[in-house]
Ligand binder design. Structure first.
Ligand SMILES: C[S@@+](CC[C@H](N)C(=O)[O-])C[C@H]1O[C@@H](n2cnc3c(N)ncnc32)[C@H](O)[C@@H]1O
Length: 506
């Protein structure tokens, strides 16, 4: 069957349609056995001209996986890393490093390790030679690991036997990783139901039930340095406190976070034989971990970029320049704009919005309700008017003063700033709102209250309507000048405009 396929692939013109039908007929591993043979035989250039560009092999393999089983692809969390992201991660791994062993965990077709090896080779042939016997690749998928090995071997002219390939469950106790290794990884993302008794580290994954968390723990327990791209849920959710504690106690580093709209880190570009849209909506972050006695992590704000800004944003100089100066302990990570760090750390108090509200509705506080539209892409709106829509959060203020303070903080940039630093998704959960710290210093006087009263009188003027899933949703869109006036009145000159933009480069 294999040689049959090889002949077929040699004779026919290769298109995505042809590939998909071959995968359906012969199976993915058969098709790739033949393609690997052709890669080795033809070399990178000719293979690229006839079949697929060397750097798009991972993507073609991923399409094959989707064809073979539409559903299991997502469950296994197999998303290839685009070239620009691999390039950024490789730069982050190599800088200030003294690499001896190098590992790619969940290597797939090898996009990440290939980028690292290429950079090492470009830097020094001697260094490349030294580490060329110390390359470790790990994956559960036999075919992917075969492709990875073949690509490394063809590109760098290395004998496959010199590459340490481990095919199996990375979390298993049986799978070993060299101590003090340099690791690059895009681990699988999927929810797990059962904790396998054969796994080596169980605490963080038991708390979160996220496969990638188990990978992060095992990697940082063994790494001297690791660069890992993953969902950013571990810096947000309470069920990830275990992994954050382990990260903090094990060393220091950086976390670069990216929004998924308008542009997304795992971007599917249309080119060559591809005409599919493979964009994936994960809100990702890149973690750089260094084993060290020094503790603490520097974070970027949630980088929200437009697709046409991608080239300028996804590079080491740009992202490093966005890091905050504060080394955080990760108890409650803040994705803060570095320009706003001074303000944020000086303004927050131990009290929170929760101190302004009453849990139970009483006759006394029922007139002090602030209604909040829970979808908050670019700003948060609180209103005295109850809106005819789904997704409203009602906060009942304790008294009149608390009501106006809540109204002012919600409609200024203040609440939105905290939401973007804590999370920054699309919806504002009520719990998160309640945890926003009250400002230690802000001007809240009769002028502020009068201004809020004027806004309340005008709420009806700024009603807007949008259909969502066939149902008309009512919201309020105040003119920006209201928010700007509240900001100025309460906080003076703070550069809040940064946080409301839908692009990164202003
Ligand atoms: C998100 S993909 C990344 C692929 C590749 N590193 C890249 O960046 O393009 C995750 C990889 O982890 C592998 N994987 C899934 N579960 C695994 C496990 N338990 N042990 C080892 N590898 C696993 C998948 O086969 C897949 O290749």
């Amino acid at each position: 069957m294999g040689s049959n396929l090889y002949v077929l692939l040699k004779q026919k013109q290769f298109t995505l349609g042809e590939y998909e039908s071959l995968v359906l007929k012969y199976g993915l591993s058969g098709v790739w056995d033949a393609l690997i043979q052709l890669l080795k035989e033809l070399g990178i250039e000719e293979f690229g001209n006839k079949y697929v560009d060397f750097y798009d092999i991972g993507r073609l393999y991923e399409i094959g996986l989707a064809v073979e089983n539409k559903y299991s692809k997502k469950e296994a969390g197999k998303y290839y890393t685009p070239k620009d992201v691999s390039d950024l991660m490789a730069d982050l791994l190599i800088e200030n490093s003294d690499i001896n062993h190098i590992a790619d965990v969940g290597c797939g077709c090898g996009n990440l390790i290939i980028e690292v090896l290429q950079k090492i080779k470009d830097k020094s042939d001697l260094l490349f030679k030294t580490i060329s016997h110390e390359i470790y690749i790990y994956d559960l998928d036999k075919t992917a690991i075969k492709i990875c090995k073949a690509r490394i071997s063809v590109l760098f002219n290395l004998h496959e036997n010199n590459i340490h390939a481990v095919c199996g469950d990375f979390l298993s106790k049986k799978v070993k990783i060299p101590e003090d290794c340099y690791i690059i990884s895009n681990p699988p993302y999927s929810q797990i139901k059962v904790i396998d008794s054969g796994w080596e580290f169980k605490s963080a994954i038991t708390e979160s039930k996220d496969l990638y968390v188990g990978f992060i723990e095992k990697m940082i327990r063994n790494a001297k340095k690791a660069v890992i791209v993953s969902p950013q849920s571990y810096i947000v959710g309470s069920k990830f406190s275990g992994i954050r504690k382990i990260l903090f106690e094990s060393g220091c580093g950086e976390i670069y976070s990216f929004d998924n709209v308008p542009g997304t880190l795992f971007n599917g570009r249309k080119q060559g034989v591809f005409n599919t849209n493979t964009a994936n909506g994960v809100r990702a972050s890149v973690l750089v971990f260094n084993k060290s006695e020094t503790k603490g992590y520097h974070l970027t704000h949630l980088i929200r970029f437009k697709t046409d800004e991608r080239e300028k944003i996804i590079n080491i100089n740009y992202v490093k320049n966005q890091l905050g100066l504060v080394a955080q302990d990760l108890t409650r990570p803040l994705k803060c704009f570095k320009e706003l760090e001074d303000f944020v750390y000086s303004v927050r108090s131990n009290k929170t919005f929760e101190d302004l509200v009453e849990k139970k509705i009483s006759e006394q506080n029922s007139k002090y309700c602030v209604h909040i539209n829970s979808s908050a892409r670019y700003f948060i709106v609180g209103s005295a008017k109850e809106l005819n829509r789904n997704g409203n959060i009602d906060l009942y203020a304790k008294d009149e003063k608390s009501f106006y303070l809540l109204y002012a903080l919600l409609n200024s940039s203040y609440a939105y700033l905290w939401w973007r630093m804590f999370d920054g998704g699309i919806l504002v959960p009520k719990n998160l709102l309640l945890q926003i710290p009250l400002p230690r210093k802000c001007v809240f006087d009769s002028h502020t209250v009068d201004f809020c009263k004027e806004m309340i009188r005008n709420e009806n003027k700024y009603l807007v309507y949008k259909k969502n899933a066939g149902i008309m949703q009512e919201s309020i869109k105040f003119p920006n000048k209201y928010r700007e006036e509240l900001n100025k009145m309460m906080f003076g000159d703070v550069c809040f405009e940064l946080i409301h933009s839908n692009k990164e480069l202003l």
